[in-house]
Design a protein around this ligand. Sequence first.
Ligand SMILES: Cc1cc2nc3c(=O)[nH]c(=O)nc-3n(C[C@H](O)[C@H](O)[C@H](O)COP(=O)(O)OP(=O)(O)OC[C@H]3O[C@@H](n4cnc5c(N)ncnc54)[C@H](O)[C@@H]3O)c2cc1C
Ligand SMILES: NC(=O)c1ccc[n+]([C@@H]2O[C@H](COP(=O)([O-])OP(=O)(O)OC[C@H]3O[C@@H](n4cnc5c(N)ncnc54)[C@H](O)[C@@H]3O)[C@@H](O)[C@H]2O)c1
Length: 459
Amino acid sequence: MKKYDILVIGSGGGTKLVTPPSKLGYKVAILEKDRLGGTCLNRGCIPSKMLIHPAEILAQAKDASKFQLGIPGPFSVDFKTLVERVSATVDADSDSIIPAYEKNPNIDFYPHEGRFVENKVVKVNGELITADRIFIAAGCRPSIPNIPGLAGTPYMTSREALRRTELPKRLLVIGGGYIGLELGFAYSAFGSKTTFIVRNRMLSHEDKDIVDGFEKAFSKREDVRLGTEVKKVDYKDGIFRLECKNPSETYILEGDALLVATGIKPNTDWLDLQHTDIQTDEKGYIKTNEYFETTADGVYALGDTIGRYFFRHSVNFEGEFLFNSLYVDKRRTPVEYPPVPHSVFTHPQVAAVGKTEQQLKEEGTEYISAINPYSSSATGMARLSEDQFVKILVSPKTRKVLGAHILGDEASNLIHLFILLMTMGGTLDDLLKMIYVHPALPEIARNAARKAREILSSS
Ligand SMILES: Cc1cc2nc3c(=O)[nH]c(=O)nc-3n(C[C@H](O)[C@H](O)[C@H](O)COP(=O)(O)OP(=O)(O)OC[C@H]3O[C@@H](n4cnc5c(N)ncnc54)[C@H](O)[C@@H]3O)c2cc1C
Ligand SMILES: NC(=O)c1ccc[n+]([C@@H]2O[C@H](COP(=O)([O-])OP(=O)(O)OC[C@H]3O[C@@H](n4cnc5c(N)ncnc54)[C@H](O)[C@@H]3O)[C@@H](O)[C@H]2O)c1
């Protein structure tokens, strides 16, 4: 049986444990059943943001008249060429990984699925391999709800929606989370008449003020059906017919394409974990402790597959943490995550770091809340910002920011001020010490901090 120092299953964030240890002389095997680079590169963050950027340009152009600009419409997109460019870019990036691995004598790449036959033995393409340490970074895939009539229809998940080259006239989206909203927004901006069917509320994991604000802002531009369940799907002659039910009525929605974006499930069913001591929770996510150790000796797991965070930036952090603790410091170290931020790349954007107001209430943590609208600062005035704001939650005792929540232009960039502050353990006063460029976007965040200072000094 072939033996390695390191065996990695999954080439997304798992790659953090491939090239870096190989450079220190460790022999590494990497197994990938799909395209190298994982979800983010091939069917996630990167292609989606390459579509969302031009969609954002169109969304801005549609707003041009409010700035007394006569940018002539109708706006159009060469959707086929755009999608082909995006696909070619990510495919080239993925393809470039193989030659790099082939050149490296310490890396063996297995372009196959790996399945466990016992605790530390994996069968790949008929061959048994083992390693001192095995890292499982097997990721997740779309989870499809059990709606009568849906199975067998040509619905899209994010995977197909990112590669489709024909823009549908009418798009139906089921799901009000990250994927449904980001991809639905892009298709809508490109010209598909898009309807968002949302079982409860949009972005329900966000702070309640963000949920309220986002729903209000998004619904001004998009056809949004909140509190609506899809009871039945029918597909005939190229048309989807969805039976939709809300508390007051049942009706049919028609579309030429259907995007199902109702969450994800772990790929652990591809690993044959029943042959090992590796335990999973009731949803199939691998159980790990603070060292990313599974319940089998020498086997670690990270990323989406452990069900903690579902972002490329979080699995990158976890992979780098494991590499540093196990192969650089060579010390068994418990993980301490710095604040983990997130952003939803819609129009308007959403970004957050730290706790929501609801979480602080539930924990019984003391806080004050300060909200500053974009429109109250110079750059917000220039942008004619509506419905956009920065909200911060501050501890009256320590004056530390416990949570920051942004709805508005460039929220995914603006949030970094708070990520840095919270990571460094700074206070409101640190945020107010520095000189801000006038009139730049971060002044909006500073003004929220000033409001918090006022609230604290008057209480
Ligand atoms: C449409 C979309 C947009 C997204 N946008 C963002 C974003 O903007 N920002 C962000 O931070 N996150 C985003 N995400 C989430 C992000 O892509 C994931 O959180 C991240 O890629 C998870 O990385 P991972 O390494 O845990 O798993 P993956 O990247 O999914 O890698 C796991 C790999 O393991 C392989 N594999 C599984 N089982 C086996 C096996 N038995 N043998 C061999 N190979 C196996 C799979 O083929 C897969 O390639 C997005 C996701 C989607 C779907
Ligand atoms: N910008 C980003 O960082 C980004 C972008 C895309 C995806 N992602 C990651 O990918 C993951 C998956 O995204 P997603 O949008 O599929 O999941 P999600 O959990 O964000 O949203 C799922 C949505 O589907 C709804 N839903 C669930 N079951 C349903 C059912 N049976 N019928 C109708 N609606 C149902 C939920 O209420 C929710 O609105 C996310 O957890 C996220 O972390 C991140």
